[in-house]
Ligand binder design. Structure first.
Ligand code: CU
Length: 129
């Protein structure tokens, strides 16, 4: 193998390695930026914090530690995954329920409430930037 061929081969390998590395970084970037936001469903009939700021791709987790049944119903859930909306709407006695905000979710305030405790003021908002 001539010197030129050898150098060419090495450069080719370097280019392939660099492309693979860049590809991995680009592929991993959205997941690395996505955050998980936690909201407590309290026995005082509140979502805490009531308002959270989030970005498309974030996961919102509602945690019910108290054991008093709550659910999550969006005033307008049309931009969210229908199956996830159905799951959030089920009464949760204890444990967690969650959604992942769609990557193409428009910025805005997404308000929600707990159906049985709506009259008591149990509501919240996800402010998407
Ligand atoms: Cu409730």
């Amino acid at each position: 193998m001539s010197f030129i061929q050898s150098v060419g081969r090495r450069l080719g390998l370097a280019a392939v390695t660099l492309s693979l590395a860049l590809g991995l970084v680009c592929f991993a970037a959205p997941a690395a930026n996505a955050e998980t936001q936690n909201v407590e469903m309290t026995s005082a009939l509140q979502f805490s914090p009531r308002e959270i700021k989030a970005a498309p791709g974030d996961t919102i987790v509602w945690n019910n530690a108290a054991g008093l049944p709550h659910n999550v119903v969006f005033d307008d859930g049309s931009k969210f995954d229908a199956d996830e909306m159905k799951t959030l709407g089920k009464m949760l006695g204890k444990g967690q329920t969650q959604i992942t905000l769609p990557a193409d979710l428009p910025a805005g305030d997404y308000t929600y409430y707990c159906a049985p405790h709506r009259g008591a003021g149990m509501n919240g908002v996800i402010s998407v930037q």
